[in-house]
Design a protein around this ligand. Sequence first.
Ligand code: FES
Ligand SMILES: [Fe+2]
Length: 446
Amino acid sequence: MLSREDNEILTRVGPGTLMGDLLRRYWIPACLSSEIDEPDGPPARVRLLGEDLVAFRNTDGEIGLVEEQCPHRGASLFYGRNEERGLRCSYHGWKFDVSGQCIDQRSELHPFAQRIKITSYPVHESGGIVWTYLGPTETMTPFRDFGTETLPPEHVAAAKEIIYCNWVQSMDGDVDTAHISNLHQFDAIDDVPDDGTDEPGYPSGYMSMKFWRHDPRALIEVEDAWHGFRYAGIRDTPNGHKHARITAYIFPASNIIAQIPVSTRQIFVVPADDYTTHRYNFTTQPPANPRGLGGPPFFTYEKYPFEMMPRQGIVARTYTRENDYLIDRVAQKGTSYSGIRDFRSQDAMATETAGPIYDRTREHLGSTDVAVIRMHRQLLRAAKGLAAGSQPPALGGSGDFRSIRGAEKVLAHGEDWRVLGTNDDPVVRESVLGLPDSVAAADGAH
Ligand code: FES
Ligand SMILES: [Fe+2]
């Protein structure tokens, strides 16, 4: 439970708010590259932390991210003409370059373009995403490379999902492993035979889902880290082993959710405003699994009654609050725990229906909410700390963001989940870092 005041601080992101000021110290996604893929092509509307902006790619391929309203008499530059190295307002023809400088006033008898400049934010294109920094110029830190800077084009698969509730609700679902034993469950998983991977090592995707269902009372352990924290949800398996799913929280607004054997799939949550959230997905370095133990993705199981939305481009929202997420009450009694067909829309239902901004003075937190509590605490501490003059955590330049990963494994007796997914984890060294076994073994001796 939070006080009313802390819930306001946590959730509000507009200019001048404590959390808004904090988020403005980080590079954040503004839009997908694919939204403005063509030079001189259509601009994109970008609503970000309560500000209305327009992104465009000029004739030379340079990207501008500028305020939406024309400074002449306020028409939207989204409807402007993107031509000859600038975006021209279609009302009276004022034209702006990517820096926001007015470079032409075609209807003025006495042009004064050099005195007109609109707000423009720095941009950096990486991994299929156009990133920006909305904070003060003097506090801008280097771009945080999560692994996208050297990503081969064939691995770029960025997607954007729009969720209609406050950003913290959406984030809460990402650091909440308990719900996978309920919300995402389906009855047929009990029919999947034990395929021999309920033993120390990497389970198949099917067996992982069986574990989620088998033990709904996950033990949550959280370990603070320089980038925020990592946490494990530890469940008992039918064969009496311990199954750990490890998710990394990266301050302030991203997560790498557990995956077999390790995960580099990043979810970056961006508030468009206090009531609308953009969730960006990108995979920086899909881990090869040389041992072939990952198994097929669970959603390909023939009896799996759900859909999985594509993770590319802007994700369509077919299942919405307005249509009750197309809930199927018959399926809910027989095959699907939630009765909602689309996997991600199950999450959307849970987070959106808590309201535009959930009133956390009314919540009752329990043992499964330890990571949620930790995230709120870190965010509140940093937002209040920034206002008092202290430096926010995990800024660009403070560590190697490419080394942060999620992981999932059935633990051997005495095995520490904290090593999984780190540079010291043998499977990371083999399949992600590409180090031969002998190097891993030699290093392991230290
Ligand atoms: S309102 Fe844009 S040029 Fe007049
Ligand atoms: Fe979920």
